[in-house]
Design a protein around this ligand. Structure first.
Ligand SMILES: [Zn+2]
Length: 113
C-alpha cells in the first residue's frame, strides 16, 4: 500500500509550511489527485488520519479534488480523455496513448490558523 508513503509525504510538506508560517494548527489540506495516479482515496484518507494524529495537522480536514486523466494518442494525433493508466484510446482503441494529465498527486492548498 503506497498510500501510507504518500500520506507521510503530504504531512511533511504540510508541517514544513505550517511551521514556516508559525501556525498553531492545520485546518484543511486540499489535495489534487489525478485520475491516473493510482491512488486509493479511501486508503489515503485513512493513512492521512493515522500519520497526522500527533502532528500540527491532527484533525485537519482532507479535501480531495480529482483531476481528470488525459493522454496523447499517437495514431489519432490528438489529446484524448483517459479513464485508466495504460487504457485504450476512446476514439481508435489503440494502446499507444501517452498520459499527459492526471498522473500526479499534489498538495494544492493548506489552510492554517
Ligand atoms: Zn486514438
Amino acid at each position: 500500500m503506497h498510500e501510507m508513503a504518500l500520506a507521510e509525504g503530504v504531512l511533511q510538506l504540510v508541517e514544513d509550511t505550517a511551521r514556516r508560517e508559525g501556525a498553531r494548527r492545520v485546518q484543511t489540506v486540499v489535495l489534487e489527485i489525478g485520475a491516473l495516479a493510482s491512488v486509493e482515496v479511501e486508503a489515503l484518507r485513512f493513512c492521512f488520519a493515522a500519520v497526522t494524529r500527533d502532528s500540527l495537522a491532527a484533525g485537519a480536514a482532507l479535501e480531495i479534488q480529482t483531476v481528470p486523466g488525459a493522454g496523447w494518442c499517437l495514431p489519432c494525433g490528438k489529446r484524448v480523455p483517459m479513464r485508466e493508466l495504460h487504457g485504450a484510446c476512446p476514439n481508435c482503441g489503440s494502446y499507444q496513448v501517452q498520459p499527459t494529465a492526471g498522473t500526479e498527486m499534489r498538495v494544492k492548498e493548506i489552510a492554517i490558523e
